[in-house]
Design a protein around this ligand. Structure first.
Ligand code: 5GP
Ligand code: ZN
Length: 112
């Protein structure tokens, strides 16, 4: 499958890995939108939030728990944002489910 994030998970494409276990891994976004911009994702390929919710909902707990963990570690009381873009209107550009963890600046809302 021609998926950039599967290739990173398999070690075929180099990326800075922040965390890895058998189910999930965390990398730095190549085009950071905040001083901290991490991607938290499953090793296994799921195209989007709907597919993982249908096929492996327990993974969502692990992914969000890792987001909470890292967000608190990195940003402390300042806070952070965890988001999942889904589909074209949601702004998804890579079809391998991932959470964005953004921190290190005051983020705006609504996101535009
Ligand atoms: P989406 O737009 O699907 O929510 O998020 C995709 C994210 O993947 C974008 O923030 C983009 O910068 C990031 N990205 C795309 N290609 C690569 C890559 O090869 N390596 C890394 N580390 N991030 C990537
Ligand atoms: Zn993939």
């Amino acid at each position: 499958m021609d998926c950039i994030l599967c290739k990173i998970a398999a070690g075929e494409i180099k990326s800075e890995i922040i965390y890895q276990d058998q189910d999930i891994f965390v990398i730095k976004d190549i085009n950071p939108q905040a001083p901290t911009h991490l991607l938290i994702l499953p090793v296994e390929h799921y195209a989007n939030l709907g597919e993982v919710a249908d096929k492996a909902p327990e993974l969502l707990t692990a992914l969000f728990a890792k987001g909470a963990d890292l967000g608190r570690q990195i940003a402390g009381e300042r806070g952070f944002r965890v988001v999942i873009n889904t589909g074209p209107d949601g702004g998804q550009t890579v079809d391998h489910l991932h959470l964005h963890l953004l921190a290190g600046r005051e983020l705006q809302w609504p996101p535009g």
